[in-house]
Write a protein of this length. Structure first.
Lengths: 232, 344
């Protein structure tokens, strides 16, 4: 299934009229609790106004770091709370223990909140729960931003779980797919760029290679033996 | 064809024997190195080999070429040298009638069939050269050698197995490839059931073969079983992934706090398939921040070379990273449950 996605600054109009999905990049800081209500209602209005599915940037809610998704009618489809936190956020926020997949008309989506994109256990849970693609939103101060942070995180997640990853940071947008289905073998349909991105992609193309991966994990005679280690 | 291959295998077993291999190694007059006389977790010297496949005209030429990589590595102070996946195939050109066999195999469409033929008919011959040669080279140089991998049958089951030889020449550990490739599955190869972590004088070592480095799980098991270092023996055919090193291997080093040495093979396989990949040494981001996780990397993906690096295992004890240091036990437990049903 082809969808056209626009990754852009919060509340900027989509670059193209026929976008299906908009993903907001993060601003300089995450949206703080005092603005939560205003932020979420503005997201609902945006989705309605432009008739798009919308994935929000990062915001704080009830002591959790969150992302939310809205449908073109402005309804909230779901909220994902971060299951892992960077050391700075860990001082004041709580981690969630839920990995939820949003079943939407544009695919089964996992919203990877901030550093969750670095966590293999989170990503594997998402894959086994039927995720078709990941929307990853990360917060970096400029001093920590590097291409490698994206390669270690979102790109690695795409390769290791055989699924597309749409990724935004305050400074970049990118779209990654398993290398074997990217035309140039690089694994990038859109290399990280600071400009707004509008791109069309078919999330179903990765389904076959993901099934091969899941089958090989299921048929491995190795991992059950080490379950006590894998669950640590 | 089958008759030609079987005749070749029979003649090869007469032409290349264990004693001839030993004599070929002895003819090199290799001085034993002192690289392992002093060992310290803060300064472990390792070397990944980017091996270039060649056609050899004699056993002596073959042994000299393999030894050339090790000799260069030893000169850098290497205490452990890692060769790539499928290293036993490096001696294939020594078989009688090789040119005829090669030209016929190049035209074969079914690459899995070629793999099956080679592994069935030449498996004993290739294994004997591989194990005898690397055992004696490890002994002669007095270093650890991860000899890449070789196909072998065990209880009628085909395996792709990596071997670690110690400085006394003994086989210290083996590791079967966990996830056979599509071609390997189609010829009935079986994936490994265990992940071995071996204590060496340098630190704890795990080995992985081929595309096992694309999976999180073996790294987690190895790391939590105490591995400081993972030797990845690779050999990639087909479309090259230009970001594989950083986007997969360095990512695994970052996720699981281990050093990784990845050896590769370049050149053309007997089927005509091109092999191109870069060898390298990788570490967790906080240990190799300046290098973005890539401690050392081969300059190209076309020529044989070595990639040497000095590693500080003590740094693994203090790799606090703002973005990756917290682990959620509840999530880990759910992840572990995924594997509950896999027990066979």
């Amino acid at each position: 299934m082809n969808i056209k996605v626009c990754m852009t600054k919060p509340f900027s109009p989509p670059e193209s009229d026929d976008c299906t999905l908009v993903v907001f990049k993060n601003g300089e800081t995450i949206v703080t609790p005092e603005y939560e209500s205003l932020f979420l209602s503005s997201c609902q209005k945006y989705a309605q106004k432009y008739q798009v599915y919308l994935v929000s940037c990062l915001y704080e809610s009830n002591g959790y770091l969150c992302m939310a998704m809205f449908d073109p009618q402005g309804n909230t489809l779901g909220v994902q709370q971060a299951t892992h936190l960077n050391l700075e956020y860990l001082r004041r926020l709580r981690p969630s223990d839920q990995v939820e997949i949003l079943a939407t008309p544009i695919g089964n989506i996992f919203m990877s909140v901030d550093v969750d994109i670095y966590r293999p256990d989170v990503l594997r849970l998402a894959m086994f729960k039927g995720c078709d693609y990941i929307v990853s939103s990360q917060m970096f101060p400029l001093v920590d931003f590097s291409e490698e942070r994206i390669l270690f995180g979102a790109r690695s997640a795409s390769v290791a779980n055989r699924m597309p990853v749409l990724q935004v940071t305050p400074f970049s947008s990118a779209l990654m797919v398993p290398p074997e289905i990217s035309p140039d073998g690089s694994g990038f349909l859109v290399y990280p760029t600071g400009k707004p991105v509008t791109v069309q992609f078919d999330w179903e193309t990765a389904a076959i290679s993901r099934k091969v991966l899941i089958d090989s994990l299921l048929s491995s005679s190795c991992f059950g033996r080490y379950r006590n280690i894998l669950e640590k | 064809m089958d008759l030609l291959l079987r005749l070749s295998a029979f003649l090869a077993s007469l032409r290349v024997t264990q004693s001839k291999i030993v004599r070929a190694v002895e003819a090199l007059h290799i001085p034993p190195s002192s690289n392992l006389e002093f060992h310290d977790r803060r300064a472990v010297r390792v070397c990944a080999v980017q091996y270039e496949l060649k056609n050899y005209s004699s056993l002596q030429e073959y042994v000299s070429d393999i030894n050339g990589y090790i000799e260069k590595a030893v000169k850098t102070g290497a205490q452990m040298v890692v060769f790539p996946e499928g290293m036993s195939f490096s001696s294939l050109s020594l078989i009688p009638f090789y040119s005829k066999i090669e030209s016929r195999l190049k035209g074969t469409q079914d690459k899995a069939e070629v793999l099956e033929t080679l592994s069935e008919i030449f498996v004993d011959y290739l294994y004997e050269i591989y194990s005898t040669l690397f055992s004696h080279l490890a002994l002669s140089h007095r270093i650890y050698i991860v000899a890449g991998s070789t196909y072998l049958y065990e209880d009628d089951t085909l395996r792709n197995r990596a071997h670690l030889f110690g400085p006394a020449g003994g086989e210290l550990a083996v590791q079967d490839k966990l996830f056979p490739s599509g071609d390997e599955l189609s010829i009935g190869m079986t994936g490994g059931e265990r992940i071995e972590v071996t204590e060496t004088n340098l630190g704890h070592l795990a080995m992985m073969v081929g595309q096992d480095d694309e999976y999180y799980e073996p790294f987690k098991i190895a790391s939590l079983s105490g591995a400081d270092l993972i030797a990845l023996t690779a050999s990639c055919k087909g479309k090259k992934d230009p970001f594989r090193a950083v986007g997969a291997v360095a990512a695994r080093a970052y996720e699981y706090n281990v050093f990784c040495i990845r050896s590769t093979m370049v050149g053309r396989f007997v089927t005509g398939e091109k092999l191109s990949d870069q060898a390298g040494v990788y570490g967790p981001y906080p240990c190799a921040k300046e290098e973005h996780g890539v401690i050392a990397c081969a300059p190209n993906d076309t020529e044989g070379c070595i990639v040497a690096a000095r590693l500080d295992f003590q740094k693994l004890e203090n790799t606090l990273d703002n973005y990756n240091s917290y682990s959620n036990d509840a999530i880990s437990a759910q992840y572990g449950e995924l594997f509950q049903d896999y027990v066979k």
